[in-house]
Design a protein around this ligand. Sequence first.
Ligand code: DX5
Ligand code: ZN
Length: 222
Amino acid sequence: MGIQITPSILNADFAALGAEVARIPGADWVHVDVMDNHFVPNLTFGPTMVEALSKTTDVPLDAHLMIEDADDNALAYVEAGCGSVTFHVEATKAPVRLAREIRSHGARAAMALKPATPIEPYEDLLAELDMVLVMTVEPGFGGQNFLDLCLPKIRRARAMLDQQGIETWLQVDGGVSLETIGRCAEAGADVFVAGSAVYSADDPDLMISRLRATAETAAPHL
Ligand code: DX5
Ligand code: ZN
């Protein structure tokens, strides 16, 4: 699949989200951060807003659910038009069942891990997933500093995926910028969320191209 760039709209202008998404036609996905003020100390939007946004763009939506009750609420985001739905492993009682439900309703299923959550217990689940998200900040806010301590987990995740010979994508989210994306790509990530780096740029679409080129240079094998 190669390198994919998925800008997060968390730091975009919430009063003009349709127009903000129209500024990033070069994105592979639009990353929508759903926060419930319980799983994380921040509140964004729900499925109604996501469905409205999905109707404004041809770029597929990548929902990142930072909500406590993922088992009961994830399918609403498939129905809202998201092409990919990511739940947190810390917020689900039954990750295999949830991943299968998301897939059976026609979306890609992904599982996220907070920085302190190890990947090893989930090694045998990886084939059930279309993507694994290794968070590189504590989830909740855009604009935080990248946590280098997550790089070994990215490397271990890449080794597991390669060893199993599966096509599951490996996404990173948090503090991804021109300065840090190369380290993530070198460690084996292939899908990159970038929020403030893209939306603080004068030309967000040009920033996507620059991030992509930097990642490709760091990891020409991906
Ligand atoms: C953080 C969110 C991220 C965030 C990324 O909890 O999941 O998607 O918007 O923003 P930056 O790239 O600014 O860290
Ligand atoms: Zn996110």
